[in-house]
Write a protein that binds this ligand. Sequence first.
Ligand code: MG
Ligand code: MG
Length: 259
Amino acid sequence: MIHRKSSSDLERMAAAGAIVAETLGVLAESVRPGMSTLDLDELAERHIRAAGGVPTFKGYRGFPGSICASPNDMIVHGIPSDDIILADGDILSIDVGVTRKGFVGDSAVTVPVGRVPEPTLSLLRACQASLAAAVEACQVGGHVGDIGFAVQSVVEGAGFAVVRDLVGHGVGRSMHEDPQVRNYGAAGTGQELKAGMTLAIEPMITAGSYEIRIAEDEWCIFTVDSSLAAHFEHTVAITDDGPRVLTRSAGTSIVDAQI
Ligand code: MG
Ligand code: MG
């Protein structure tokens, strides 16, 4: 069942989303070779709680972290660890969820660590561009399939692959609501998009195969062929005035500037 939100619900989601965006901005600015992903997790939790939010991921189905931190060929759901030390040339997907006043904001960026080669930067740019195209597809009267079609067109047009087995999702009072939002497919298919729907749109793309492998911890998800992966996500409201990104703030321009 799809839960459509009222305008006051959307304001509350935007308040949660602003904390997500600020936190991602802080983390993107802080990422350096030599840091562990647990260092980033601690920084994120402090920032989220100081802003009046709760880290949504912490304790979700037993997940231990406040963020997901997924380097290189890890696509998503990386458990922050002091054993994972970031190195010059790595890329890192950082995924942040915040609950505030009963609503969730969910957003992710993939950032370069130190100096990253140009082909890798082009993977990040393609993923970010596919998210931008997907947001533009969030129009009243459109369909969920328009979103997947937009992502797939940009990503495959740039020579990269779209992960099939992981999807975006509705978001609101819960982190995961209906509908599922695939990152591939045909325009004009799937549920009709209506005002008040709120979707976490999250292209996950690779420089090789789109097949995935789940680690023994049952959380971390890798590319099966160890190719690099990128992941960007925004929480987006569908409104009569067009798409409204609820997880954007001045802070995210730092992320944009880095790649
Ligand atoms: Mg997320
Ligand atoms: Mg999500």
